[in-house]
Design a binder for this molecule. Structure first.
Ligand SMILES: Nc1ncnc2c1ncn2[C@@H]1O[C@H](COP(=O)(O)OP(=O)(O)OC[C@H]2O[C@@H]([n+]3cccc(C(=O)O)c3)[C@H](O)[C@@H]2O)[C@@H](O)[C@H]1O
Ligand SMILES: Nc1ncnc2c1ncn2[C@@H]1O[C@H](COP(=O)(O)OP(=O)(O)OP(=O)(O)O)[C@@H](O)[C@H]1O
Ligand SMILES: NC(=O)CC[C@H](N)C(=O)O
Length: 602
């Protein structure tokens, strides 16, 4: 994101908008997929806090009860029924705990009321749904109307769409409801909210992070608010799930498209704000509106809001610059993976190079240096600086550090097998992989794989060697950006008066696998800026060889690189999962056959 300017806020101290109509609590929180009980507890806790802060309408993200995305759990009836039951018991529990008077909107997994069995399910097909809980009851439910089915999303595989336009009357204000993709596609609930004369459009979301997507989202919400003709609140999820990061950044925009409030990125928070909204239109239409959506109106309360001066005002959280945002996503994704899978500590092979150094810095920020373990594993080809730079990284960050030479194991293999060339080179990498897995088994840390997107693209890693591990924190970061992020992290430390974590020698020396004497990456690969530019066109933008050559790259080089990418598909399929930060990561975003006779020629 780049827009750091603070928009004019209507919620400032000189607020003169009269009596506010609604105090809205947008709970921008994390949820753990499959942990319905744990997610329920965090919802109850947050409802209580919101109610204590005087909220009159409390909202939670898309599928907060089940976590998002649930993937094939949606196809299991036991899970769907557990989610449905959890919504009902949550409504009752909120009332029992004296929290029933405040309406709560939250996402969960449901199934359609009409019998549309899919994939052998006995009853209705699964739906990505949301419920309104009020006075101990589930007052209203509805399902997502537009289903995303591109990139990482497969919602046609799981869900059938909803066909209603839900509108709840809260304190005399008509609030239209929507779920995430409902705002991304034209038609459907946005024009329907206008047709229904809504005073507020509230969308609950789980929108995965991608670089620059915050700018796209902001423009989207501004546009949709104007189309809907009413204030629009976009409530985001935050945290991480496997390869996805949810960056938060909830947004509230007025009917004129002006930003009213914006929540922080990558943080759990409650954006609480007083909105001056129009009273419900007594002649508001009923029946079917845009796209065949049937208005489903529920009156929850018509009591006027008490007259008070707005005291807590949402505000506009400071925006992160592009590097800080990308780095924040990598930290959030790694932390979520480690903690949600019940681990505390991680293990990294430290070569003294920039990739493992950046991964170590991210890990220290994610779980604390006291939970990060590094091992230097020198061989006879290891340079002195590979050991000293790794030790210096440990000294700067405070991570646990030890050295285990692979020479005795290497000699034993070489004595038993007559290996040479690539087999001998790869053996060193595999011994390091085996050693890391052995320590992980013994001590219980998760092994981190330090491969970057450039290496993964061209297959520049050893299978069962440096590609072993549980999670690849930088697998969606091109090598050029690895340098940028390492410099960013050091600069950020300097600005805070802290020791920069990454030794400058790790940043400035030429990248090398050190598997044979004097080896450097450029023996096998072009310079990284050239490689990354070609990869960006091929991997991220699906350009063919002719188009890439036409963009100004050498024909033979293009053909060679594209061939390397194609023939490394088998390696990528065996690589650990890792944080997605681009529109096309090596995960669900890019699905190519392994066995593939198609070669790009120019
Ligand atoms: N389609 C396919 N499906 C399944 N398996 C397939 C396959 N094609 C080959 N294979 C198998 O894959 C194996 C070959 O792959 P692999 O053993 O990995 O070896 P390979 O890719 O031949 O070599 C590793 C390359 O990565 C470089 N490297 C290694 C370590 C670190 C770094 C670094 O700088 O970070 C770079 C190294 O210099 C070398 O160029 C063979 O067993 C082959 O049979
Ligand atoms: N001497 C070593 N000690 C410990 N780990 C090593 C060593 N050499 C390689 N590794 C591990 O294998 C990974 C691949 O390293 P390699 O040096 O081959 O290339 P790289 O991709 O340039 O990575 P880096 O920038 O971290 O050196 C490293 O990130 C590290 O985790
Ligand atoms: N959960 C969703 O519906 C997400 C889809 C939407 N296009 C997004 O990325 O934000």
């Amino acid at each position: 994101m780049s827009d750091t300017s603070r928009p004019p806020s209507r919620l400032s101290d000189d607020y003169t908008g009269g009596v506010p109509q609604l105090r809205l609590a947008l709970n921008q929180i994390d949820a753990r997929v499959g942990d319905i009980a744990g997610n329920t507890e965090s919802v109850v806790r947050r409802v209580r806090q919101s109610a204590e802060a005087g909220a009159q309408l409390v909202a939670f993200p898309e599928m907060v009860l089940t976590g998002y995305p649930v993937e094939d759990l949606a196809l299991r009836s036991s899970f769907v029924e557990a989610s449905r039951a959890a919504v009902r018991s949550l409504a009752a529990r909120l009332a029992e705990e004296g929290l029933g008077e405040v309406p709560v909107v939250l996402g969960y997994l449901d199934r359609s009321a009409t019998a549309q069995p899919r994939y052998g399910q006995p009853a209705g097909a699964p739906q990505n749904a949301a419920a309104v809980l009020y006075r101990g009851e589930v007052a209203l439910t509805f399902a997502k109307h537009h289903l995303p089915n591109y990139g990482v999303f497969d919602e046609f595989r799981y869900f059938v769409p909803g066909d209603t336009m839900p509108v709840i009357r809260v304190r005399g204000v008509d609030v239209a409801l929507a779920i995430c993709e409902d705002l991304w596609q034209d038609g459907g609930r946005v024009p329907a909210a206008r047709s229904a004369h809504a005073g507020l459009l509230l969308s609950v979301n789980a929108s995965p992070y991608e670089r620059d997507k915050d700018d796209t989202r902001l423009e989207l919400v501004r546009k949709r608010a104007q189309e809907a003709g009413c204030t629009t609140a976009y409530l985001a999820m935050t945290g991480g799930q496997d390869e996805l990061v949810f960056d938060g950044d909830s947004i509230v925009v007025g009917a004129d498209g002006e930003v009213i409030a914006r929540a922080p990125q990558f943080e759990e928070t409650c954006l609480l704000l007083d909105l001056d909204l129009p009273a419900a239109d007594p002649d508001a239409p009923t029946g079917v509106v845009d796209d065949g959506l049937r208005i489903d109106r529920v009156v929850l309360s018509t009591e006027p809001v008490p007259s008070y001066e707005p005291e807590y005002l949402g505000g506009y959280a400071e925006r992160l610059d592009d590097d800080a945002e990308m780095y924040g996503a990598l930290v959030t994704g790694l932390r979520a993976y480690i903690t949600k899978n019940g681990f505390r500590s991680v293990l990294i092979g430290l070569s003294g190079g920039i990739d493992s150094a950046l991964v170590a810095a991210i890990a220290c920020d994610a779980v604390g240096a006291e939970n990060v373990y590094g091992i230097s594993m020198p061989s006879k080809y290891s340079s002195e600086h590979s050991r000293s730079d790794a030790a210096e990284l440990a000294r700067r960050t405070g991570l646990h550090f030890r050295t285990v030479s692979i020479e005795p194991m290497f000699d034993a293999y070489m004595g038993a097998l007559d290996l040479s060339g690539l087999a001998e080179e790869n053996l060193q990498s595999r011994l390091r992989g085996t050693l890391l897995m052995a320590v992980s088994n013994q001590e219980g840390q998760l092994v981190l794989a330090p491969g970057n997107k450039s290496e993964l693209a061209v297959g520049y890693s050893t299978l069962y060697g440096d590609s072993v591990g549980a999670y690849g924190p930088i697998k969606d970061v091109y090598k050029s950006s690895v340098f940028r992020l390492a410099r960013y992290r050091n600069r950020a430390a300097e600005e805070r008066g802290e020791t920069p974590p990454i030794p400058s020698n790790s940043i400035t020396k030429p990248p090398s696998a050190e598997l044979r004497p004097g080896q450097v990456d450029t023996d096998s690969l072009p310079d990284y800026p050239v490689l990354d530019a070609i990869l960006d066109l091929y991997v991220d933008h699906d350009q063919g060889a002719d188009a890439i050559v036409a963009a100004g790259f050498d024909r033979d080089l293009v053909v060679r690189i594209l061939r390397m990418v194609d023939t490394a598909e088998y390696k990528r399929r065996q690589y650990p999962p890792g944080t997605k930060i681009s529109p096309k990561g090596f995960g669900k975003d890019r699905r190519l056959p392994i066995t593939n006779g198609w070669r790009e020629r120019a």
